[in-house]
Write a new protein. Structure first.
Length: 173
């Protein structure tokens, strides 16, 4: 197994995506976040985490990226919230426990191949809000399941639309 270089290579800034793709990603993100907001508003339950906005960037803007898979989104959010809760309840809300929780969540995602960068903020959210263990189910699991499901449905609908448009353009005249 090779060791990564000590100094990461500088990647070029990617080119701008087509405006249509940007607009469609924004539309999907809007639908997902508004759905979570509506669920929170109508149920008087927490459905939204601050990290979910960043998850939408990956799930809707870069759905084929390595950190956008359902495994990474769901596993990363669950693992990071669980680590945050474990450190909070074991060591209290101090800054050393916060730093250790964030580091361990990141390492845990790397170890389990569930890296989802937005989930790296979940331990910080846990330390700021100091919730109970039910935080794992609501909003973490319930919210990320909604995001992943809506992302999959959104992209399937876009693909069906693309196929229909392509079929319509190739019809004999």
């Amino acid at each position: 197994m090779s060791t990564p270089p000590a100094t990461p290579a500088k990647a070029a800034v990617p080119g701008r995506l087509p405006l249509t793709r940007i607009a469609l990603a924004g539309g999907g993100s809007f639908v997902a976040l508004a759905t979570l907001g509506a669920l929170a508003s109508t149920s008087n339950a927490a459905w939204v985490l601050g990290s979910f906005g960043a998850s939408c960037v990956l799930l809707f803007g870069f759905p084929d990226g390595p950190f956008s898979s359902p495994r990474c989104a769901i596993g990363g959010h669950l693992l990071s919230s669980a680590v945050g809760l474990a450190f909070l309840h074991a060591f209290g809300p101090g800054w050393i426990a916060l730093g250790a929780a964030g580091a361990c969540a990141m390492m845990g995602m790397m170890l389990t191949r569930t890296v989802h960068p937005p989930a790296g903020s979940n331990p910080v959210i846990v330390f700021l809000t100091q919730p109970g263990w039910d935080f794992l189910l609501m909003p973490t699991l319930a919210g990320v399941l909604v995001l992943v499901a809506l992302s999959r449905l959104w992209h399937q609908a876009l693909e069906r639309r693309r196929i229909a448009a392509t079929a319509g353009n190739s019809a004999p005249t």
